[in-house]
Each structure stands twice: as structure tokens, then as C-alpha cells.
Design a protein around this ligand. Sequence first.
Ligand code: HEC
Length: 177
Amino acid sequence: MKKLALLLLGVATLAGVVVFTATASRHVTAQEAAPIFVKKIPAGYRDWKVVSVAHEAGELNDIRAVLGNDLAIKAYRESKLPFPEGAIVGRIAWSYVSSEENNKAFGRDQSFVAGSPTDFYLQFMVKDSKKYAATGGWGYSSFDKDGKPTAEAAMKTCFPCHQAIKDRDFVFTRYAP
Ligand code: HEC
């Protein structure tokens, strides 16, 4: 009886090891894929402070606000580079549309405002030097208006282009006073 109990314990332990190993290796694979692409929208981003605004013409034809969480804003205001761990810089992009309402008030066609969310509505760069070491210490994310993450093929373009501004810790937007 004792032998049987020991045998059963042995089998249970072995099964446990197999399950644990399988889970652990799945976990590693998921982590390896994670560094470049962040899949979560940071909580409270809509209440963050404004860094600056920009307008892209051409095919994008949008108007965008660049925002920062408290850590990012503090670093910006103190002109401190590189950005600290946990800093997040985000940008919201809307289509760039003319405003009839405003034009009427001005008496001429001169007003352009934010329209509907673009396909690349929300984009963020999250600072974590260890986790995102392969992409300059920033994890990139991008979402449409429904919060759906952008396809991975497009995500692969983020870091290569932002590398152009390596001297300012990969962040293009300057703080607008
Ligand atoms: C072809 C170059 C290029 C690519 C590709 C690109 N960006 Fe940018 N990004 C810029 C430029 C230039 C700016 C600043 C001007 C602006 O906002 O339009 C910017 C601004 C940003 C900002 C605001 C902070 C900053 O650096 O000014 C974030 C966040 C951002 N991009 C994230 C992303 C993400 C996420 C991707 C990939 C899905 C991406 N970018 C792809 C060039 C690029």
C-alpha cells in the first residue's frame, strides 16, 4: 500500500513538472514577442498634460495632440534626457477637417479642426529600458478608435523611424511652452 502511494506521488510529481515546464516555456515565448508591441492602452491617458500639437498633411491629413504622463511631463519641463523609467508619451490623431461653423463666424474659410479618429488614433511610447532594450528602451503601441491594436507589420516600422531622433531619446516632439 505504501509503495502504491509512493508510486502515485511520483506520477503526480512528474505530471506537475511536465505541466509546469510547458507553462513556463509558453510564458517565455510570450515575453519574447512582447518587447516591441505593447497591447494595452494606458489608463487615464485622456487626462494627461499637453506636450504639443502637430498637423500632418499628405495622405495622413490629420491633426494630433501629443501628451505625456506625469513622469514624462516632469522630464520635459526640466529638460531631462533620457526620459525616466515609467514615462509614457502618447499622441492622439484626428482627421483634419474644415469647420463650416467656425468659418461662418470668421466670415471666410480659414478654420480647421479635429474630426473623426484616424485609423492610427492612439499611439504610445512606454519607457522601460530593460523590457524594451531591443527598441531603444521604449515599447511602442498603436490602436484604432475601437481600441484594437494595429497590425504587427505596421508596428515594426515604429522604432526604425524613431531612431532618426536617437539624440532626444527617440522622441520627436519638443515641449511647446
Ligand atoms: C516614418 C517615420 C515614423 C514612423 C514609421 C512612426 N513614427 Fe511616430 N512619429 C514620427 C514623427 C516625425 C513624429 C513627430 C511628429 C508628429 O507627431 O507627427 C512622431 C511622433 C510620435 C509620437 C509622439 C512622441 C514623439 O516622438 O514625438 C508617438 C507616441 C509615436 N510617434 C509613436 C509611434 C508608433 C507607435 C509608431 C508605429 C506604429 C510610429 N510612431 C511610427 C515619425 C514616425
